[in-house]
Write a protein that binds this ligand. Structure first.
Ligand code: ADP
Length: 239
């Protein structure tokens, strides 16, 4: 009898979980739709501005802005629909182009904070095979963290450097800063979801970064020393 009741209870819980998941997916889809609407408007205006930017030789800005809006659209959709199976969107990604595009995206932010943002490209045209949006999501998180590390510290002598390296088997992307560095406690916990030392932080950035890199059969490592800075090294297989 007890066994029957237990089975019935389990069936009930499973059904309820299914219903909750279903309504979460519906809410996520509705929210994604609502957030994408204003992004589409901004994208439309960027398209309109494009000819004027071409005139003054800045067409690259328009293209990057449009690409970034597309990326935001994709990310929102993917994030909110995480319970749905993902579509494989992997392509060959040129490492040097990727690093340069990341620099352009963050140049303004770095300038405002008086931080020197530099790049070291690697010889040849090494490529990785991956989902461009997701790899950009990882680099965005790491560069944002590096720039944010200077918030209360000594901006001015601040430096963030993006380096691309490759040999015949693997590629590396290194994000280095000479910011305040991290304590041993932070180093041991920073990849845990919701671990943050920032007042307005979410602590999910690095846990998502690690998940994405592992999905690409790569690794992400950190080396950091207090008052000297931090180095994040991403290793990915060659395309
Ligand atoms: P969030 O940025 O919302 O705090 P993250 O998961 O991206 O979440 O980062 C977790 C923590 O790792 C940060 O709160 C910070 O303490 C530390 N951290 C990450 N990158 C750096 C860096 N470049 N310099 C110093 N601390 C860092």
């Amino acid at each position: 009898m007890n066994n029957e009741m237990e089975k019935e209870e389990k069936r009930y819980i499973k059904k309820a979980e299914g219903k909750i998941q279903e309504s979460e997916v519906q809410l996520a889809a509705a929210l994604a739709h609502e957030i994408r609407n204003p992004l589409t408007t901004v994208k439309g205006f960027m398209e309109l501005l494009k000819p004027y930017l071409i005139e003054i030789g800045k067409e690259q800005y328009a293209q990057i802005a449009i690409d970034e809006i597309n990326r935001a659209n994709d990310l929102i959709y993917e994030f909110l629909n995480a319970s749905k199976p993902g579509i494989n969107k992997k392509t060959e990604i040129d490492l040097n182009t990727l690093i340069q595009e990341m620099k352009i995206s963050f140049e303004n932010q770095a300038n405002i904070k008086n931080i020197n943002l530099s790049v070291n490209l690697c010889p040849g045209e090494p490529a990785i095979y991956g989902d461009l949006n997701k790899i950009k999501q990882v680099l965005t998180n790491l560069i944002k963290n590096a720039l944010e590390a200077f918030e209360e510290a000594h901006a001015g002598e601040g430096m963030v450097c993006l380096t691309a390296k490759s040999n015949s088997r693997k590629t590396q992307i290194i994000i280095e800063d000479n910011g305040p560095g991290m304590t041993e406690e932070t180093i041991s916990r920073l990849f845990l979801p919701f671990y943050t030392t920032k007042e307005k932080g979410t602590g999910i950035g690095l846990s998502i970064c690690r998940k994405i890199i592992e999905e690409h059969k790569g690794s992400i490592k950190v080396h950091s020393r207090l008052s000297q800075g931090s180095v994040f090294t991403i290793e990915l297989p060659m395309a």
